[in-house]
Design a binder for this molecule. Structure first.
Ligand code: GLU
Length: 423
């Protein structure tokens, strides 16, 4: 679909957003028509409707998805999210973004994603555990260390992965730690995995300002989202000299032109479950914060944060996408015109899946690395990938997002061509 003719509904549909970029990049690449067809639809889409016994003794039905966009370069890889607005189109888009992300950082995985429509904030731990175990058992023949390896995403965490690992292992009659990544440390998790996406954001910010010749000292940063990705990025960036002047959350934001004490804010949020009311900054509406003056804006929460409605008011010099799909395709063009340097999600937040790759390797080896080794290897992969993308963008005169898509599509298409079409 041409970006210029998109309605707002189409603009904020993540699958349309993915397809618009895919088509643009594929055309630039002069991609073979057959491979174009292969890559423009997911390889497998699983939809399950399943019952869960709730705490009040009643049965509720839930709908879950697992989409495997491509398994050409290796097992499917990608998180599972729990949210009321999960849809098949969203999971499809997220699965294909995983294909491109794994290819951009050149790790041997395809792309997949899962989701369950539910309201996790209104569910007890017991309900979440029963829902997770039943969902796992519904998709059990489609996942596995060599097939498709889930991980955490929005509203899922180490505990969720422990339940999935245990359910899978009970069916296999043996412990299979490498079926999921993002597990707790003592059951096959990796050092550094929890912070990895945030650490990756910091590395990408470092690379961006180095590339643009901007100083780190006094570099003002606004972060949208203070979950696992946003809070770790904020903490690691503050520690090395960035000035975090704003944090925007779904229920409101905080602003302090002299910099927010992130350490204290993390403690405050752990205690109160919200950042609102924190005394070390002024309250400011999140929409206003996103449009405030700063050097770097990091949208690290959900899709569709920068759209045709606000893109022309963004004042950041650099946008580093911690979330998946925070910018729509229509907004891409507006940011490009404003010469804002955008580091796309499929590069900027790839630290998480890269550390997942290390976790999967360690589980299969049964040998666990020191945290320093993990962080060093993570940084090397991200720096090299950043370099690949910006050099590709310069050489082909396209923006970073299209460069990242072109690089990824080229790698995946090459593999499919080499493997051949099975008949
Ligand atoms: N959910 C994360 C992402 O979107 C991590 C995926 C993974 O580690 O497999 O990249």
């Amino acid at each position: 679909m041409a970006v210029a003719t998109m309605t707002l509904d189409q603009e904020i549909n993540p699958w349309e957003a993915q397809s618009a970029r895919f088509e643009f990049a594929a055309r630039k690449l002069n991609l073979d028509e057959g491979l174009w067809k292969v890559l423009s639809s997911p390889a497998r889409e699983i939809i399950v409707h399943f019952p869960v016994m709730m705490d009040n003794g009643k049965i509720e039905m839930f709908t879950g998805y697992r989409v495997q966009h491509s398994v050409a370069r290796g097992p499917g890889k990608g998180g599972i999210r729990y949210a009321p607005d999960v849809s098949l189109d969203e999971v499809r888009a997220l699965a294909s973004w995983m294909t491109w992300k794994c290819a951009v950082v050149n790790i041997p995985f395809g792309g997949a994603k899962g989701g369950v429509i539910c309201n996790p904030k209104a569910m007890s731990q017991g309900e979440l555990e029963r829902m997770t175990r039943r969902y796992t058992s519904e998709i059990i023949e489609f996942i596995g260390p060599e097939k498709d390896v889930p991980a955490p995403d929005m509203n899922t965490n180490e505990q969720t992965m422990a339940w999935i690992m245990d359910t899978y292992s009970m069916h296999m009659r043996q412990t299979v730690t490498s079926v999921v990544t993002g597990k707790p440390l003592n059951i096959g998790g990796s050092r550094g995995r929890r912070e990895a996406t945030g650490r990756g954001i910091k590395v990408i910010c470092d690379e961006s300002i180095r590339y643009l010749n901007m100083p780190r000292e006094g570099c003002r940063v606004i972060i949208q989202g203070f979950g696992n990705v946003g809070s770790n990025a904020a903490r690691l960036m503050k520690e090395c000299g960035y000035k975090i002047i704003g944090i925007a959350e779904w229920d409101g934001g905080l602003f302090n032109p002299n910099g927010i004490d992130i350490h204290q804010l993390v403690e405050y949020k752990n205690r109160n479950n919200t950042i609102l009311g924190f005394s070390g900054a002024e309250a400011m509406p999140s929409e206003e914060l996103i449009e405030s003056e700063c050097e770097i804006l990091v949208p690290a929460a959900t899709e569709n944060v920068i759209t045709s409605r606000n893109a022309d008011r963004i004042k950041a010099r650099v946008v580093v996408e911690g979330a998946n799909g925070p910018t729509t395709a229509v907004a891409d063009d507006i940011l490009s015109e404003k010469r804002i340097f955008v580091v796309p999600d499929i590069l900027a937040n790839a630290g998480g899946v890269t550390a997942s790759y290390f976790e999967w390797v360690q589980d299969r080896q049964g040998y666990f690395w020191k945290e320093a080794i993990i962080n060093e290897q993570l940084e090397t992969i991200l720096r090299d990938s950043f370099d690949d993308v910006v050099r590709y963008a310069e050489a082909h005169n396209v923006n970073n997002r299209i460069a990242a898509y072109m690089l990824a599509i080229d790698r995946v298409a090459f593999t499919i061509k080499q493997r051949g079409i099975y008949a």
